[in-house]
Design a protein around this ligand. Structure first.
Ligand code: DX5
Ligand code: ZN
Length: 218
């Protein structure tokens, strides 16, 4: 079944544990931690200490960490120690050293993901199918929550899905940005395994209904 990752960027940080527990109780599968350095993206969010506190409070959760930072290899061990299960970095941030970053993340024991911005051709991610655990397709420009879903996304996911089937590999596909009860199903149809949702979950009147619909059970 499709997994739903709640992006804590949309949470009330003064009540982070409470907000996360509420969504996990409604059936959210994992927590998505958006790390922004003010350099790779024009915004600053939070770092490993916030993850460490959350992980201590909620140790049984799977932590999907999305590194929107210029030097992911440098911080991989910090995030692993803080409780990350998966570390996803941006291909655009490292260009010629992706293999080294993958090795640095593997050395921490975490699973590895790579992400591509909306303007990066999906073919750039093809060589990593079967190499990394997950490919994260951005459906908005990374940097801020609450943006509008870019309509080219399903065809980008479908291209990756077709290529992974052709190669017979199990690399997961995740999509992030502007996911709601309308856009989520389009992405699932196109091959997405994991949906990241921030605003549509944290700001929902009835988050349980959103979770059901995103799980395809409504
Ligand atoms: C954007 C982040 C997303 C974002 C999703 O840079 O990577 O995870 O928080 O938020 P929504 O679902 O509100 O677009
Ligand atoms: Zn994200």
């Amino acid at each position: 079944m499709t997994k739903i990752a709640a992006s804590i960027l949309s949470a009330d940080f003064a009540n982070l544990q409470h907000d996360c527990t509420r969504l996990l109780d409604e059936g959210v599968d994992l927590l998505h931690i958006d790390v922004m350095d003010g350099h790779f993206v024009p915004n600053i969010s939070y770092g490993a200490p916030v993850l460490k506190c959350l992980h201590e409070a909620l140790p049984d959760v799977y932590y999907d960490v999305h590194l929107m930072i210029s030097d992911p290899a440098r911080y991989a061990a910090d995030f692993a120690k803080a409780g990350a299960n998966l570390l996803t970095f941006h291909l655009e941030a490292v260009r010629d050293t992706a293999e080294e970053v993958i090795a640095a993340i593997r050395a921490t024991g975490c699973q590895v993901g790579i992400s591509i911005r909306p303007g990066t051709p999906v073919e750039a991610a093809f060589p990593y199918l079967g190499v990394v655990d997950l490919i994260l397709v951005m459906s908005v420009e990374p940097g801020f929550g609450g943006q509008k879903f870019l309509p080219a996304t399903p065809q980008r996911l479908a291209a990756l899905d077709a290529e992974r089937k052709r190669r017979g590999c199990t690399t997961l596909l995740e999509v992030d940005g502007g996911i709601n009860t309308e856009t989520g199903p389009l992405c699932v149809q196109a091959g997405a395994d994991w949906l990241v949702a921030g605003n549509s979950l944290f700001r929902a009147q009835d988050p349980a209904a959103v979770v059901r619909q995103l799980h395809g059970q409504a």
